[in-house]
Ligand binder design. Structure first.
Ligand code: UGA
Length: 437
C-alpha cells in the first residue's frame, strides 16, 4: 500500500518521491504503468504526475535525501513461527542512516509488532553513529485493498504514535488536507460523505498495537460469524438472519459478519499470527485469537467436505472455481482461500477450471495443472460443480439459467453465500452454501 499512500499524499498536494527495491516496478511507474490493480489508483497517479507532485526513483539515496518525512511501507511477511519478519525495515533503517544528510522524521506505515518503533529508533541512532537526529513515529494504515484510495481520503481515524510534540505537529501538517478536506477528493468528485476523521496522538507502542488489535478483532469477528454459521447448519437456522439481527445492535455492527470460506489476504492471516506471537513473547497466551485462527483454517476443510458430499467422487470431476483473489476488487491472491481449495482439489484428481476478473495472471504461474478462463461461462462449460470462492459482483450477476445449460451437473457450492438458495433451486440447481439450508 506504499504506492497508494504516496499517490494519495501527492494528490493531497505534497511533493512525493517513491522508491522500491524492485527497479522494474519503478521503471513501470515511470512509464505510466500501474503495477497493482487498485480502484482509482491509476487516475490519481496520472493527476498527481501531471501536477508534478509525484516522481519515482530506483535510487534509495535520492529518495531518502528528498524530503523531511520518510514513510516506510515495506512488507513484514510472516516467519515460519508466525512472528513478523522485520528484516526489510532493518534494511531501510541502514539505508536511511547511510544516505540521509539532514534530520528526518521516519514514519513506520508497515504493520509491525509493538516496540518496533523503539528498536527502529535505536537502530537508526546506532547505524548513523548518533548522527542526524532521526525521529521515529508510527502511523498505521487502515486501508482495505480494493477501496484503499477511498479509505485514504476518508479515514475514520488517523493514528500517530510519537515521542515528541514536534513529530505530532509534522504529521498533522501532512494529513491536514485530508483532515480538513482542503481539496476535492477524486473518488467522489466533489460529493464526499461528510464524516470527519479523528486525529489521535498516542505513544509509538500504542499506535503499533492499535493496528494489530484492530485487524485481529475484525478477524475474530469473521471467525465468530463462521462458528455461528456451523451451529446454524446443525440446528437448521439461517446464519444471515442471525448475523443481520445481531448486527443491528450498534455495539455489534453489521460489517464483517459474513460467513463462508473465511478470511485470507496478506493482512489478517499474518497479523493475527504476529499478534499471537508478540503476546507470547511477553508471556500472554492469546487463546481467543488462536481459536479464531483455527476456525478460519477449518473453513477450507468444511468447504471441501461440502464439495465431496455433493459430488460423492471428486476424482475425475470437472469443477469450475469462480474467484481466485482473496476478496473482490483486487488481484491479490496472497493467502487466498481459493488457492488452497484449488490445490487440494487438484491433489484429489479433479479437473480444475478457474476464472477471476483480475487475478488470473498471478494464479496461472502457480498452478500449471489447472485450466484458466477469463469468461466464467467457459469455466462452467461441462462442469460437474461451480465453486464460488470470491464475492465478485460479476459472479453475483451471473446468468445461471445460461450457465446451467452448459454445465454437466447443475450443482453450486457457494463459499461466499452469494445467492438466494430459493432462487437457485427454482432454476433447478442443487445449491450448497454456509449456514443456510
Ligand atoms: C484489512 C483491514 O480490513 C484493513 O482495515 C487493514 O488496513 C488491512 O487489512 C491491512 O492491514 O492492510 P484487507 O486485507 O484489504 O483489509 O481485506 P478485508 O476487506 O478486511 O477482508 C479480509 C478477508 O476477510 C477477505 O478474505 C474477506 O473475504 C474476508 N471477510 C471479510 C469475510 O470472510 N467475511 C466478512 O464479513 C468480511
Amino acid at each position: 500500500m506504499g504506492l497508494v499512500t504516496g499517490a494519495c499524499l501527492a494528490e493531497a498536494g505534497h511533493e512525493v518521491i517513491c522508491t522500491d527495491i524492485d527497479a522494474e516496478r519503478i521503471a513501470k511507474l515511470r512509464a505510466g504503468q500501474v503495477p497493482i490493480y487498485e480502484h482509482h489508483l491509476d487516475q490519481i497517479l496520472v493527476s498527481a504526475g501531471n501536477a508534478g507532485k509525484i516522481s519515482y526513483t530506483a535510487d534509495a539515496g535520492e529518495a531518502i535525501r528528498f524530503g523531511e518525512a520518510i514513510f516506510i511501507c515495506v512488507g513484514t511477511p510472516p516467519r515460519p513461527d508466525g512472528s513478523a519478519d522485520l528484516s526489510a525495515i532493518d534494511h531501510v533503517a541502514q539505508q536511511i542512516a547511510a544516505e540521509a544528510r539532514s534530520s528526518k522524521l521516519v514514519i513506520e506505515k508497515s504493520t509491525v509488532p509493538a516496540r518496533t518503533g523503539i528498536e527502529l529508533q535505536r537502530a537508526l541512532t546506532a547505524y548513523s553513529r548518533g548522527g542526524n537526529g532521526f525521529r521515529v513515529a508510527s502511523n498505521p494504515e487502515f486501508l482495505r485493498e480494493g477501496t484503499a484510495v477511498e479509505d485514504f481520503f476518508h479515514p475514520d481515524r488517523v493514528v500517530v504514535g510519537v515521542e515528541d510534540h514536534a513529530a505530532a505537529e509534522q504529521l498533522h501538517e501532512i494529513y491536514r488536507p485530508i483532515l480538513e478536506r482542503k481539496f476535492s477528493c477524486p473518488v467522489h468528485s466533489g460529493k464526499c460523505p461528510d464524516n470527519k476523521a479523528e486525529f489521535l496522538v498516542t505513544t509509538i507502542s500504542s499506535a503499533e498495537l492499535i493496528k494489530h488489535a484492530s485487524n485481529s478483532f475484525l478477524a475474530l469477528k469473521i471467525s465468530y460469524a463462521n462458528a455461528v454459521s456451523d451451529l446454524c447448519e446443525k440446528l437448521g437456522a439461517n446464519v444471515e438472519e442471525v448475523t443481520h439481527a445481531m448486527g443491528l445492535d450498534p455495539r455489534i455492527g453489521t460489517q464483517f459478519l459474513r460467513a463462508g470460506l473465511g478470511f485470507g489476504g496478506f493482512c489478517f492471516p499474518k497479523d493475527i499470527q504476529a499478534f499471537i506471537s508478540l503476546a507470547a513473547t511477553v508471556g500472554v497466551d492469546f487463546e481467543i485469537l488462536k481459536a479464531a485462527e483455527r476456525v478460519n483454517r477449518q473453513r477450507i476443510d468444511r468447504f471441501l467436505e461440502k464439495i465431496s458430499k455433493a459430488l460423492w467422487v471428486v476424482k475425475g470431476k470437472r469443477v469450475a472455481i469462480l474467484g481466485l483473489a482473496f476478496k473482490a476488487n483486487t488481484d491479490d491472491i496472497r493467502f487466498a482461500p481459493a488457492l488452497e481449495v484449488m490445490r487440494r482439489l487438484l491433489q484429489e484428481g479433479a479437473e480444475v477450471h478457474a476464472c477471476d476478473p483480475q487475478a488470473l495472471e498471478k494464479a496461472m504461474n502457480q498452478f500449471p495443472l489447472a485450466h484458466f478462463h477469463e469468461d466464467p461461462y467457459q469455466a462452467l462449460q461441462g462442469a460437474h460443480a461451480a465453486l464460488i470462492c470470491t464475492e465478485w459482483e460479476q459472479y453475483k450477476k451471473l446468468d445461471w439459467e445460461k450457465a446451467g445449460k452448459a454445465m454437466a451437473r447443475k450443482l453450486i457450492v457457494d463459499g461466499r453465500n452469494l445467492y438466494s438458495p430459493a432462487t437457485l433451486r427454482e432454476l433447478g440447481f442443487e445449491y450448497v452454501s454456509f449456514g443456510r439450508e
